[in-house]
Design a protein around this ligand. Structure first.
Ligand code: 5GP
Length: 197
């Protein structure tokens, strides 16, 4: 069976990448990886669906046991991708999506250079700030922190394969699906040609 492809989706907090990823995960051939985090669970989030909520001790145990594909500290909390499920889904031929921030994304790219990196940006910074305050999840101080982190994240854009503007959700999802389809077709073509040699 053809191995699945790995996609990394990053972008500043408030760009709506989470919503884009949720839409993508509705497709049978797409698996959205569930990360582990030390941050508190927010209203509406679900254990094992949104994240695995673990303590700092459990997080460092997972790192020491080599269970994390990557991890990073973001806004005072740790976030990491458990390796096992990602590998299993890739072996089953699924398109695996990691919705992770840029430090972790670059670590994955080092380990798995075939990963396709997609960076989602907001149409403007004014819109980004407005989305962050409208969703009402973070305090004003936390929003400020996230905007500051966005400055560094934007500087990492050139390292990504694609940059998509999330102005309209449906268009952004459609564009991402096209990237996934084109990647799959390229993979199949190369495998077919290799078999013919
Ligand atoms: P939030 O607290 O808003 O859920 O997530 C904060 C940031 O952490 C987002 O940019 C999100 O993409 C990123 N993130 C979520 N899971 C992971 C992960 O497993 N690894 C890394 N490096 N970043 C993650």
């Amino acid at each position: 069976m053809t191995k699945g492809s790995l996609f990394i989706i990053s972008g500043p907090s408030g760009t709506g990448k989470g919503t884009v990823c949720k839409e993508l995960a509705r497709h049978d051939n797409i698996y959205l990886s569930v990360s582990a985090t030390t941050r508190d669970k927010r209203v509406g989030e679900e254990e094992g669906v949104t994240y695995f909520y673990i303590t700092k001790e459990e997080f460092s145990d997972m790192i020491n046991q080599g269970m994390m594909l990557e991890y990073a500290k973001y806004s005072g909390n740790y976030y990491g991708t458990p390796k096992r499920q990602v590998e299993k889904m890739l072996d089953e031929g699924k398109n695996v999506i990691l919705e992770i921030e840029a430090q972790g994304a670059l670590k994955v790219k080092e380990k798995m250079p075939e990963a396709v990196m997609i960076f989602i940006v907001p149409p403007s910074i004014k819109e980004l700030k407005s989305r962050l305050s409208k969703r009402g999840r973070e305090s004003a101080e936390e929003i400020e922190k996230r905007i500051n982190t966005a400055k560094w994240e934007f500087s990492q854009c050139p390292k990504y394969n694609y940059v998509l503007v999330n102005d309209d959700l449906e268009t952004c999802v459609k564009d991402t699906l096209e990237i996934i389809k084109a990647t799959n077709e390229r993979q199949e073509l190369i495998e077919r040609l290799l078999k013919e040699i």
